[in-house]
Design a protein around this ligand. Structure first.
Ligand code: ZN
Ligand code: ZN
Length: 94
């Protein structure tokens, strides 16, 4: 059974969920801010489960839309690394 197959229209895939009503296919994609998996059941519009970031233009989840700022996951990691480097160079960190 293939649980993930690439869909060409966005950087996500399709998840196949086996439930009481049989096999259901849902669009699946990853929030580009918090890297949370978002699924879109058939018949539900993209706007109901996700939004677009006005800064980076990526597809993000509704909680990230509500935050209202562009804080991509990778940027957060970069900042943490930069902070670690700064503390080390200042002789303060591990
Ligand atoms: Zn998110
Ligand atoms: Zn963004």
């Amino acid at each position: 059974v293939t649980s993930l197959s690439k869909a060409p229209r966005h950087a996500g895939g399709v998840v196949v969920i086996t439930g009481p009503e049989g096999i259901v296919e849902e669009d699946a994609f990853v929030c580009q801010h918090c890297s949370r998996m978002i699924t879109r059941p058939g018949g539900v519009s993209m706007d109901e489960v996700s939004g677009g970031c006005g800064v980076c233009g990526k597809i993000i989840c509704l909680p990230c839309v509500n935050v209202g700022t562009c804080t991509p996951f990778e940027k957060r990691l970069e900042r943490m690394e930069a902070r670690g480097r700064f503390l080390r160079s200042a002789g303060l960190g591990g």
